[in-house]
Design a protein around this ligand. Structure first.
Ligand SMILES: Cc1cc2nc3c(=O)[nH]c(=O)nc-3n(C[C@H](O)[C@H](O)[C@H](O)COP(=O)(O)O)c2cc1C
Length: 177
């Protein structure tokens, strides 16, 4: 069974983005994979902002990516691109840190206006880090995720089905590796 790293580029665990992280984590665990999540906003901000490659926390997070055969990149759309939070971490990965890995982008936006953010913004960065197997992933509208009681989320049926499909495709890739 493979290892899966989930990079969470949101600004808090209260964000509806967390629903995508929870769904991915639950799915890959159920498939028997070992999963680990990196909450970028919880890493030491100074290390991220000053690009401190010697940071122990950053090294630990990098190790999770290094060991994974599948990396799920989960980010909100901020100003027509992925979040700057996510970028602070990607900048600290080794130059070809995503080589040989399958990448699954899951993006949450407020409108369909930036539907192509995965293609024009995220994919070029992942490619520059050596990734060649970047799955199409999913762009999800925030209106399809509802907050429920006790920090739970409800994802619309339509989106649940779409995410299930992309997770299943990613799972096939991990099993091939
Ligand atoms: C600073 C900021 C910039 C944003 N820019 C965009 C944008 O350019 N395009 C878009 O579709 N959504 C944009 N959004 C909406 C968010 O992507 C979306 O509402 C968010 O991922 C949902 O997270 P939440 O549950 O924390 O509100 C922006 C949100 C914030 C806070």
């Amino acid at each position: 069974m493979g290892k899966v790293a989930i990079i969470y580029g949101g600004n808090s665990r209260q964000s509806r983005l967390k629903a995508l992280q929870e769904k991915s984590e639950a799915y890959f665990k159920e498939q028997g994979h070992e999963t680990s999540s990196i909450y970028v906003h919880e890493l030491p901000a100074e290390d991220l902002i000053t690009a401190n490659f010697a940071s122990v926390s950053v090294k630990e997070a990098n190790q999770k990516v290094e060991e994974a055969s599948l990396v799920v990149v989960i980010t909100p759309v901020y100003k027509a691109a992925y979040s700057g939070i996510l970028k602070t971490f990607l900048d600290l990965l080794p130059q070809k840190g995503l080589e040989g890995k399958t990448l699954l982008p899951l993006v949450l936006g407020g409108s369909f206006g930036h539907l192509l953010a995965i293609d024009y913004a995220l994919k070029p960065v992942l490619s520059s880090l050596g990734a060649t197997n970047i799955l199409s992933g999913a762009y999800v509208l925030d209106s399809h995720i509802e907050r429920a009681e006790e920090n739970q989320f409800i994802i619309s049926t339509e989106i649940t089905e779409r995410i299930d499909r992309v997770l299943s495709l990613a799972n096939q890739e991990v099993n091939k590796a």
